[in-house]
Design a binder for this molecule. Structure first.
Ligand code: C5P
Length: 227
């Protein structure tokens, strides 16, 4: 039976690692929608476009040659045939991505692409039975409000900063957390203008992962899915 799971959450909530693990455990496809906004940003930077020029950014993104690989054991992102999986995680992209993600034409186009991927996976793409775990900021509310399971993954600011510091700097000591604070808090503020991801919408189950490790969070999500 096909299953669609939508998971939203802010940076550092652990949603990417958790969603991938949940998808792998259930044999479902995995869609990282943040990676799509990052790929769009990478493409604009690559083409030397001024990110504050809304029309130029829109025009480029409407022609974005993007290919998303949805196998949870090795998700991939290609733009114009180039593997950008690592490049889109660079801090220059993390800093710039909100400028592109707040462009309304970009959002419309990304949501159209995301729905197309989700629909294709629902009827059996990666997974033989059909189904997908899609994660981002507006999946439970706008992209797939009809998902079978909708969850908001939250965590305390302290836990989110420590996770992001480990992801980006490989450590969560005071210096690494400090180096991460600006990026995370500024992105929260910038993203809050276009996507509501800090408060659960009606019918969305909130899971606070602050006191849980990856395994514990995956188990908690799987418990909600099996209800
Ligand atoms: O999830 P990640 O932190 O990689 O997302 C990168 C950025 O993409 C976010 O900061 C946000 O600007 C944008 N985004 C979005 N809507 C989504 C997913 C990500 O606006 N569904």
């Amino acid at each position: 039976m096909s299953l669609t799971i939508a998971i939203d959450g802010p940076s550092g909530s652990g949603k990417s690692s958790v969603s991938r693990r949940v998808a792998a455990a259930l044999g479902l496809a995995y869609l990282d929608t943040g990676a799509m906004y990052r790929a769009a940003t990478w493409w604009c930077v690559q083409q030397d476009v001024d990110l504050s020029d809304q029309d130029a950014v829109s025009a480029l993104v409407l022609e974005l040659p993007l290919e998303m690989g949805v196998d949870p054991s090795g998700p991939t992102v290609h733009v114009a045939g180039t593997d950008v999986g690592e490049a889109i995680r660079e801090s220059s992209i993390s800093t710039a991505v909100s400028a592109v993600a707040t462009n309304l034409t970009v959002r419309d186009e990304m949501r159209r692409l995301q729905r197309a991927i989700i629909d294709a996976e629902r009827s059996g793409g990666f997974s033989s039975g059909g189904g997908v775990v899609a994660e981002g900021r507006d999946i439970t509310t706008v992209v797939a409000p009809d998902a079978d399971v909708r969850m908001l993954l939250t965590a305390s600011e302290e836990a989110r900063l420590a996770r992001r510091a480990r992801d980006v700097h490989g450590a969560d000591d005071a210096a690494a957390v400090d180096a991460t604070r600006d990026e995370v808090l500024r992105r929260d503020a910038d993203d809050s203008t276009v996507s509501q991801f800090l408060v659960a919408a009606d019918g969305v189950v909130t899971l606070d992962s602050s006191g849980l490790d990856l395994e514990g969070t995956v188990d908690a999500v799987l418990a909600v899915v099996s209800q």
